[in-house]
Design a protein around this ligand. Structure first.
Ligand code: NAP
Ligand code: 8YV
Length: 326
């Protein structure tokens, strides 16, 4: 790997410490706190050949401006399977490879999704708070809750994680259906060609869809109304896929029963309207956040860089840049 030491990899903002350590051991690592091209010296601009970034953990958004400012840039290695923090379409046009971290986090995120679903329906964290406040002794048993029994679950975004969630739900004896842009051949779950159609056929809607222009605010008031008064909405995909104002109103006016959210449009800021509501379970984007899985993601970020600069190919290119050769 000695030849890689002369290659400069820029890390704008925060990144997992394991990725940082391995990049530092292998490449010429340059970390910067402020992200715009204006914060880079002329000398650095001419040197950077790779970027490693984790937008959701406090890294920079890697947009067209930054990509265009770096004439020798070859690869952007994104920490996370969701790469809405990188302008991959623009990178593709500029012949810059973009990689993400699929598969290594799939089962962890599916576990978290099931935990969030059960917690939302059976109110486990509220029941624990009740016990800790001494209310079991003072007020008696915790009130009875809603149930998962007999529910139909719809998955918006039946990809790697969606299918891992569906496998778990099958073991729970729950009926599963889904909406994607395309029906998946050979997948034995009922397909709905529209999100609203899916929502009206189920009483749990789980969003595992990516944050794109097409999915922006896709979960809107019509979808929530279709989900109905017994409906539960779970989001582990991206906050941008939800009209958060419509969701807060739907929860407040009992258009739906409850929601469980791991992701938000403007992280780490969570709308006060959600914090004020009793029927929403809130998590700080912890879907993949175990030591085991974050280590695997951190390694894949660096392995993509090493593979690119030593063998001229990427391990996990995103579809928008799959065509690019070194
Ligand atoms: P994936 O395998 O690419 O699955 C995404 C699915 O969404 C695909 O089946 C795709 O099917 C569907 N989709 C994309 N655009 C759509 C649209 N406009 N309308 C309807 N369906 C659409 O990705 P994954 O590995 O399962 O990850 C999914 C997402 O989960 C990531 O992008 C990320 O945002 C999120 N995530 C969150 C956490 C967390 O910590 N909460 C962790 C990991 C991932 P079609 O192409 O057929 O439409
Ligand atoms: C990470 C995620 O928490 O992979 C994703 O898309 O949302 C999570 O696994 C996030 O990317 C951290 O940067």
């Amino acid at each position: 790997m000695a030849g890689l030491k002369s290659i400069t990899v820029l890390v704008p903002g925060k990144l997992h410490p394991r990725s940082l350590r391995r990049i530092k051991e292998t490449f010429d690592l340059v970390q910067i706190d402020s992200f715009g091209p204006a914060s880079l010296s002329e000398e650095l601009i001419g040197r950077v050949r790779g970027i490693a970034v984790s937008p959701a953990l406090g890294g920079a958004f890697v947009g067209a401006q930054l990509i265009d400012a770096l004439p020798r840039l070859e690869i952007i290695s994104n920490f996370g399977v969701g790469y809405d923090g990188v302008d991959a379409i623009h990178a593709g046009k500029r012949n810059v490879m973009v990689t993400n971290t699929p598969d290594v986090l799939t089962e962890e995120v599916a576990d978290t999704t099931i935990g969030l679903l059960i917690n939302t329906v059976r109110e486990l964290s509220k029941a624990e708070a009740y016990l800790r406040e001494g209310r079991w002794v003072r007020d008696g048993a915790y009130p009875l809750t809603a149930s998962l029994r007999g529910r139909k679950v719809g998955i918006f975004g039946m990809g790697r994680i969606g299918q891992a969630v569906a496998r778990r739900l099958e073991a729970f004896g729950l009926a599963v259906s889904y909406h994607n842009r395309r029906k998946i051949d050979g997948l034995g779950y009922e397909y709905h060609s529209s999100l609203e159609g899916l929502a009206s056929a189920v009483d749990v809607l789980i969003s595992v869809a990516p944050g794109t222009k097409e999915t922006e605010k896709a979960v809107n008031s019509a979808v929530l109304k279709a989900l109905g008064p017994n409906g539960v909405f779970i989001n582990v995909g991206r906050g941008s896929t939800v009209d958060e104002i419509a969701l807060a109103s739907a929860l407040k006016d009992r258009i739906i029963l409850a929601a469980g959210l791991d992701v938000f449009a403007n992280e780490p800021h969570v709308p006060q309207s959600f914090l004020d509501l009793p029927n929403v379970t809130l998590l700080p984007h912890v879907g993949s956040a175990s030591v085991h899985t974050r280590d695997a993601m951190a390694d894949l970020v660096v392995d993509n860089l090493i593979e690119w600069f030593s063998k001229g190919r990427a391990i996990t290119p995103v579809p928008e840049t799959n065509h690019i050769k070194s």
